[in-house]
Every structure is written in C-alpha cells, then in structure tokens.
Design a protein around this ligand. Sequence first.
Ligand SMILES: NC(=O)c1ccc[n+]([C@@H]2O[C@H](COP(=O)([O-])OP(=O)(O)OC[C@H]3O[C@@H](n4cnc5c(N)ncnc54)[C@H](O)[C@@H]3O)[C@@H](O)[C@H]2O)c1
Ligand SMILES: O=C(O)CC[C@@H](O)C(=O)O
Length: 528
Amino acid sequence: MAFNVLISDPLSEDGIQPLRAADNINIKIDTGLSNEELADRIGDFDALLVRSQTQVTRDIISKGKKLKIIGRAGVGVDNIDLNAATEHGIIVVNAPNGNTNSAAEHTMAMIMSLSRNIPQAYHALKNHKWDRKRFVGVELKNKTLGVIGLGRIGTEVTVRAKGQRMNVIAYDPFLTEEKAEKMGIGYGTIEEVLSKADFITIHTPLLKETRHLINARAFQLMKTGVQIVNCARGGIIDEEALYEAITAKKVVGAALDVFEKEPFHDNKLLELPEVIATPHLGASTFEAQESVAVDVSHDVVGFLTGESVQNPVNLPSVPKEIMTKIEPYFNMAEKLGLFLIDLTQEVVEEINIYYAGELSEIEVAPLTRNTVKGLLKRHLGDHVNDVNALYLAERKGITINESKTSKTKGFTNLLTVEVKTKSGKRQVSGTLLNGLGPRIVKVDNYSVDVTPEGHLVFIHHKDQPGVIGRMGSLLAQHQINIATMQVDRSDIGGDAIMMLRVDKHLQENELEELKALAEMYDVTAIDL
Ligand SMILES: NC(=O)c1ccc[n+]([C@@H]2O[C@H](COP(=O)([O-])OP(=O)(O)OC[C@H]3O[C@@H](n4cnc5c(N)ncnc54)[C@H](O)[C@@H]3O)[C@@H](O)[C@H]2O)c1
Ligand SMILES: O=C(O)CC[C@@H](O)C(=O)O
C-alpha cells in the first residue's frame, strides 16, 4: 500500500530524508497554498506536514478523508485544530525538542539587542547618523530576568541568562520552590515575577488560559522601565495593551518574534522606536529546521508503517520500555471489547476495566483505549481508533472506569472488561498465555478457554441431557462444522453455557433456529 504525504510549508530537504528513504511513500511539496486550495487537495493525502504557517482548520481536517496523521515540524500546535483532528481520529505529532536551542538563543539575542539598542543603532548608522548618546544601553549583569513559563525553552534561557550574571525569577504552574532552588533561581507567583523583573521573557504555549496573559493589568504590575521579550506566541501579549504601556513610558523596550496576526505587512507596534522585531525566526536555524523535520518525518514514517510514534500530541506519549510491555495485550484488549459488545447487544452506559496481576503494575491507558475501540467499533465502524476512542465514548455519554488489583484468580495477568446496561452487567476476562497468545477465560460467571478469533457462538441454556446433541444436529443440518466446544454450568440442572468455535459465520435464520430449541435462553454469534 502506498501513502501520499503533502508538505505544505517549507521543510529542510535534509530533514525529510527519512520520508524519502521510506518505501511506498509519495511526497508532494506544495507550499504557499491558500486554505481553500489546501482544502481542495487534502482529500488525496494520508499525511500532512506543516510548520507554523499552514492553518490546519476543522474544514481542512474534515475534507481530509484519507488523512491519518498531521506532523508539525516544531513545537506549537496552535495552527492545528486539535479537537477536530482527535474527533476525526487523526493523530497529530510534533517535534518538541528540535528547536529548543535555537529559540533560546534567539531569545537571548533579543534580550541583548534590546539592552544595547543594537537594531536601532544599526538602523541609524545605515541612515548615515552617527549617534552615540541616543543608544546608551543597560547591562544585563545583576538585572532581574522574569521568566514566564519554565518549560524546555524557558529553562534553556534561564541557563544562558545566569551565564550573563542575571538574577532569574520564574513562574510556571509546575515550578516548585525546591526545583527553583535546585536551579539556582527565584520563584514567585506571576504577579511577583512581573513586579520584580527588569526584563521579562515569555515562554508559555498559546492556550485559552494564556491568551492575553500579559494584558493591561499585567503591565500595571511591572516596574517602570521594564523591557519585554516574546519569542513564544503572538496573542500571549495583548498588543493593544503593550502599545499603551510603551507610549505611557512604562515599558521602555519590547522585542517581538511573534504576533497576534502572522504574517503581516503593517503592525502599529513597529512604528514605535522602542520595539524591535523579527518575523517569527525563533526556530529558523539550519540545525533546528533539519532536526524538527527529521523528528517529524520519522514519526510520520513510523505511524504509516504501523509502528509507535515518539511525539504524539493528541495521545499520551508512552515510554518505549512500557510500550514493549503492553503492546502484546493490544489485540486481546480490542478483541475483548468486540466480544463483549456482541454479547451485550444493548446500549452501554458504563465500561469498567479491571487490570489484574502483572497488568496492575504498568501504565494501562493505551490498553483502555484499545478495549474501548473494540467496544465502539462494531457500531461506529473502522474510523474508531486509538486517537478518538475515548473522545467518542465520552460523546456517547459512556463512563469509563479503570481499576487495578494484584488478585489474579490464578492467572499471571488478567484483563476483565465489564459493561453496564439498563438490564445489568456483563463481563468477559482474558489472559495472555506466555508463548500461546490471548485466551478468553471467563464470560460472566462461567469459565471457558477460547482463543479470541474467528466465528464464535455463545449459548446460554438450561443444563439438561440432550441439549448438546440437539444443538449439534441442527448445526450439522446447515453444514456448520464445530471446531471446538466448551461447556460450563452454575449447578446441575441450572443455568449453563456453551462456547462454540464454528467454521463459518452463522446466518440470522440459523441463529433463530438455535434459539427456538426448547432449552435455549439466548444464542449469540460473535465474529472476532
Ligand atoms: N518563536 C519561535 O519560532 C518558537 C520556536 C519554538 C517554540 N516556540 C514557542 O515557545 C513556547 C514554549 O515552547 P517550549 O518548547 O518551551 O514549551 P514547553 O511545553 O516545554 O513549556 C511551556 C511551559 O509553559 C508553562 N505554562 C503553561 N501555562 C502557563 C502560564 N499560564 N503561566 C506560566 N507558565 C505556563 C508550562 O507549564 C510549561 O512548563 C511555545 O509557545 C512554543 O510554541 C516558538
Ligand atoms: O515553523 C517555525 O519556524 C516556527 C516554529 C515555532 O514557532 C514552534 O512552535 O516550534
């Protein structure tokens, strides 16, 4: 099977070598498309690779009928409608590490340019003005740098600022006093950081919560004479409020790499001499561009060829060593889900998943997703996948609970899936036998030993002599061969079950005839 990959923003040619080297991948590079053009063309592609320019909107995603993966060569995914991608079962991957160094160096270049008026002085010189008085700067040494957002880039900036002998104080919702102490920096609330800093640098993502984080109120808290840098995302600083703060002489310098609207030809902030700017160049180094393109290309190739990805954005990332432990259970988890939904044939209100034995000791979220995928697939079709299974369950109002126990009922590992419906609960348990693969070992309260594969028939009946014979003759009349058969019962003459593996799918009329046998309570055909 061949996959078509569209690259719609300029990516490093060296960086996309993993894509070029992969078998069965056709690459089309088409940069500078309008949204309408992209929406028109996206239907032919299995993967889309972008930087920050292409806006991957809900409309484009919904027109990507074959689209399976969107790769973002960089960190910020605010140009991709993540909810729409998740709803459509499209995985989004990014390259969070490849441009950290470049962005941190750019931030430092901005801080140093600001402190010494380098762009303004250069501009004056170019205009034949030798002016030394106007461009007297300030030293960074002993000044306080306020870092808002101490993630990858914020941390790297901190290290460099300390090298400049600056005092650093940071705010990040995940920063503790102990961690700050270990890093040799100060720690405070956002208000404290804003009010103590001589220079402020922003390194948060652009989220609902961080849009206009630096607004008129934030500027009021700052020292008069503060200088501010934004190499994170436009929109985190309210540009109108920044304009006001600069004209009111509260802020005496601003260095901006990112803007509320990009690209632009006019932005009134650039009319102010206190503002220096670059056109979103934080990640624009040869090294960073190659590195992010390599990372994202590897993930796209990996995903299209059925391997796990390193940097999923809309799926929790699972470390490789944990993935190796849980991957063998994926198939069983999905099959248990499929089995149970066939058995239940009712509206599911709640799904309870019990992990026992070895399974209770590992990260099981991917197994939960596979189980739910199996449960939903029968009715929602093959577009249910790891990415959207939990979202779709939530949208259907189904509650999902996971629990772990060390009690294994004699198995080294046991995965039990239970669904709650209006009429009660149904359960199936499976185990992975070393070297033999998965087995269904329990259905409701009955013990069985069945490989979850092929055509199964689950029969609930009254325990009575002759019932097995009558069932066997009926199937024989229809030329249906029984490959394996298991029976169990609650007590003599009480409720009993049969689990058959047959060689072909049972037709509706054949099921009805089986159900019509006197001892039968219920007969369900299950195809796995
Ligand atoms: N200019 C560029 O070309 C360029 C290049 C790379 C990254 N970026 C941008 O830089 C930013 C940081 O990237 P990163 O790789 O360091 O991300 P990161 O995820 O490693 O770090 C972001 C940090 O922000 C913190 N945060 C979230 N909300 C916050 C809030 N309200 N207040 C304070 N901190 C908050 C998070 O806890 C996290 O530690 C992103 O916006 C990214 O898109 C820009
Ligand atoms: O594509 C770019 O050059 C910008 C990337 C940068 O903003 C990011 O978030 O990684």
